[in-house]
Write a protein that binds this ligand. Structure first.
Ligand SMILES: O=C(O)CCC(=O)C(=O)O
Length: 360
């Protein structure tokens, strides 16, 4: 990405990562999912045996206090993660010309790209995106058909060998974990476990391979600028380098998430914030980079079908005691507006869920 800092990467002074503003000592909650590793998730919280009941209390507290937590004993076989990480390293080690053979283009938003912007500043990273279900209906982001939606298939590089298989096997296992977490979260909201599953029938989930090369000026740039995830849930695997910072909701401090072998970092996205009518809040996060080590991470963005109308769940609304705090919005159109601003610098802020917040 070059050794001299291109101004496109430089964060405004107030958003630059300062070594002193990242607290390392206290981590986000660590939750052991073993009570649901081999046992089915109960249909309702009332039917939960004590171990699952306790687990639900931990998930509820983590979602309320942090919007982030880490999980162990999650059921994703470690060799699948090892394989996709190795495939990712192999792919990003290719020459730029080779990687650009599967570059996203006007027609297909999937594949490789290295010019993503977050909040109008370029990220110090390169990525490869693929969808979990093929085909996936996504908005068309550029070109003459930008007002339309289309069905997209993954595009796979020829090298390294085994890349496609490693990605597909991992996606299947991570998707199972996503549904498990979704059902646990539904239970913590006092809903039947499968209440939210229908929204994911034609899911628009995608997996991103992130590569953050060493950065000559880590105090000026970010791997990913501060943001909240717009989907339902994110399930993130990271290597042992570290760099993910979460904004602690209690005091606004940036907290570095400590890499824990064979764990996943889970965060609530904007959609769960809206469904829960603000019981849970999606937390702001960013990625710091460093001048010595490259870093790899793999987020699974668990997103509903493009046609889903996102709004507070009717079971959680009481017009007198807890009225709906958001107007409904269409997920596909939201995604389109958000994504089209990720690729170019705009003069205006990109779309956020608070634009749908009802006036009180
Ligand atoms: O790399 C990470 O730790 C987080 C990545 C992330 O926030 C993103 O890709 O949106």
């Amino acid at each position: 990405m070059g050794s001299v800092m291109d101004p496109a990467f430089v964060q405004a002074p107030e958003h630059r990562p300062k070594p002193t503003d990242t607290v390392e000592a206290v981590g986000i909650p660590l939750i052991d999912l073993s009570p649901v590793l081999h046992s089915p998730i109960p249909a309702t919280a009332a039917a939960a045996p004590p171990a699952i009941f306790d687990l639900l209390a931990e998930v509820e507290a983590a979602c309320q206090e942090w919007g982030f937590f880490q999980v162990i004993n999650h059921g994703v076989p470690s060799e699948l993660l090892d394989n996709i990480l190795a495939a990712s390293k192999g792919f990003f080690a290719l020459s730029v010309e080779e990687k650009r053979q599967v570059k996203r283009d006007d027609v297909n938003p999937l594949g490789y790209y290295d010019t993503e912007h977050t909040k109008n500043v370029r990220d110090w990273k390169e990525v490869f995106d693929f969808v979990v279900e093929e085909p996936t209906v996504f908005p068309v982001l550029a070109g003459p058909r930008t007002n339309e939606f289309d069905s997209f298939m993954n595009r796979w590089p020829e090298y390294p060998p085994g890349f496609k298989e490693a990605c597909e096997k991992y996606a299947k296992a991570a998707n199972k974990l996503a549904f498990k977490l979704l059902e646990l979260i539904a239970l913590t909201l006092g809903l039947p476990a499968k209440r939210l599953n229908g929204f994911f029938k034609d899911q628009s989930s995608f997996i991103r391979l992130n590569h953050y090369p060493p950065c000559p000026s880590p105090h000026l740039a970010l791997g990913v600028g501060r943001h909240k995830d717009s989907g339902a849930l994110t399930i993130l695997a990271q290597d042992d380098v570290g760099g993910l910072d979460v904004k602690r909701q209690s005091d606004g401090e940036w907290v570095r998430v400590k890499p824990i072998p064979n764990s996943y970092i889970i965060n609530i996205g904007d959609i769960i914030q809206v469904w829960s009518n603000d019981k849970y809040e999606s937390a702001e996060h960013r990625v710091s980079v460093n001048s010595e080590k490259e870093r790899f991470s793999i987020p699974f963005f668990f997103n509903p079908a493009h046609y889903v109308e996102v709004q507070p769940l009717e079971e959680l609304i009481d017009e007198k005691k807890s009225p709906a705090k958001y107007n409904a919005y269409n997920w596909g159109k939201f995604l389109k507006t958000r994504k089209s601003s990720n690729f170019k610098k705009l003069e205006v802020e990109n779309i956020q869920i608070y634009h749908f917040r009802k006036a009180v």
